[in-house]
Design a binder for this molecule. Structure first.
Ligand code: ADP
Length: 395
């Protein structure tokens, strides 16, 4: 069975055609710079790249290019789209309605349209992606898998902000949390690796990529997470600021003379480790600069680690303990330094890092000693597989 996974970002589209029986990718692709100049599609099949430079105005054009590439006579992997059994769409925001993945019908699209203001950069792109796929594959079932769904188990004391309650009731302002598919995948994988029931584990999952969020998972359910109303909240990230004093925002406008769109741009695109270091948003560049004596790069990493440690501590306290801490996504899977720094200070809980084992990159590994009371693991995330499995289940 072939399942197509579509992930529409604000100006990009990632896709994977997956064989669900073998859980392997038949083709992987990325459409970049949608709506900008020099847009292109790059498709990878068995390590071979197929590159298409084309004018791609919107996500509709992007889907057209994806279909052309998948069915291309020379570089494609299927004859036509009837070979595809189902499509799984990653949708960023499912609001308060969806606590799990759902088969897409008109009412789902209506609800996603209604809550588009909660994720203005992403949900409209997701909706275009869904509608465009429906046009090309009218009889193929489609499933929406939400980034927010896993966190719908949060309790009010965790998801309500300490502002006028009517802003929650009338305007839906609350913590939603994101990266849910990833946190769910790695926590399930951990239970599998440990040979335990997920319900018997207390886990802190650290998804550290360009975007970063942590989640506390108890009884198999998300009970708290660091991202909030939007993916801007929580720990500092590649370019996003994470939690800051909210008074900084009116101050930037009234005292520093920025317009609202500029403030949003600063906090989303020019902050985080890029903003502090002035070097890059890519952790490899920052680690290299810090090693070469760049003080601001070192400060950016120190702040990143400090804030993650603080969040790990808070999540453990509210969960009443912890059995295991997971590191995943680009930085979490590949940076031994980050893992070591983030785990410093938890020795009092009986956590003992094994520095040799911690040298691992990009594969499942326990990184604490045999004796360690609290375990730490590297578990590579696989959101695409999770989306494909949910899609198969629902069709
Ligand atoms: P996203 O999906 O949020 O775009 P990823 O999970 O792909 O992000 O993570 C991207 C980040 O992972 C980049 O900042 C990159 O620098 C970092 N990364 C990748 N490999 C390494 C490495 N070997 N050491 C440190 N950071 C790494």
């Amino acid at each position: 069975m072939k399942i197509l996974i579509i992930n529409c970002g604000s100006s990009s589209l990632k896709y994977r055609l997956m064989n669900i029986e073998t859980e392997e990718a038949i083709a992987d692709g990325l459409v970049e710079r949608i709506g900008l100049d020099a847009s292109r599609l790059v498709q990878k099949v068995n390590g071979e790249k197929y590159i298409v430079d084309a004018e791609i105005k919107d996500h509709n054009d992007a889907i057209n290019e994806v279909i052309k590439a998948l069915t291309d006579k020379t570089h494609g992997v299927i004859e036509d789209m009837t070979e595809i059994t189902a499509v799984g769409h990653r949708v960023v925001h499912g609001g308060e309605k969806y606590n799990e993945s759902v088969l897409i019908d008109e009412s789902v699209i209506d609800y996603l349209t209604e809550i588009s203001n909660l994720a203005p950069l992403h949900n409209p792109a997701n909706i275009i992606g869904i509608k465009s796929c429906q046009k090309h594959m009218p009889n193929v079932p489609m499933v929406a898998v939400f980034d927010t769904a896993f966190h719908q188990t949060l309790k009010p004391e965790s998801f309500i902000y300490a502002i006028d309650y009517n802003l929650y009731k009338n305007n839906k302002i609350r913590k939603y949390g994101f990266h849910g598919t990833s946190h769910k995948y790695v926590s399930n994988k951990l239970a599998e690796v440990l040979g335990k029931d997920l319900k018997d584990l207390k886990i802190v999952s650290c998804h550290l990529g360009n975007g970063a969020s942590l989640a506390a998972i108890k009884d198999g359910k998300s009970m708290d997470t660091t991202m909030g109303f939007t993916p801007l909240a929580g720990v500092p990230m590649g370019t996003r600021c994470g939690n800051i004093d909210p008074s900084i925002i009116p101050f930037l406008i009234t005292d520093c003379g920025y317009k609202m769109e500029e403030v949003s741009d600063i906090l989303n695109k020019k902050s985080g480790v890029l903003g502090i270091s002035g070097v890059s948003s890519d952790f490899r560049d920052i680690e290299e600069a810090a090693e070469n004596g760049n003080e601001r790069a070192k400060l950016a990493l120190d702040i990143f680690h400090y804030r993650i440690r603080a969040e790990i501590g808070a999540l453990i306290a509210n969960m009443g303990g912890v059995d295991a801490i997971i590191f995943t996504a680009g930085v979490g899977e590949n940076s031994p330094e980050t893992r070591e720094e983030c785990l410093k200070g938890f020795e009092f809980l009986g956590l003992e890092l094994d520095k040799e084992k911690n040298k691992v990159r990009g594969k499942i590994a326990e990184i604490t000693t045999e004796e360690s009371k609290v375990k730490a693991f590297v578990i590579p995330t696989n959101e695409e597989l999770m989306i494909a499995k949910d899609t198969k289940k629902l069709i």
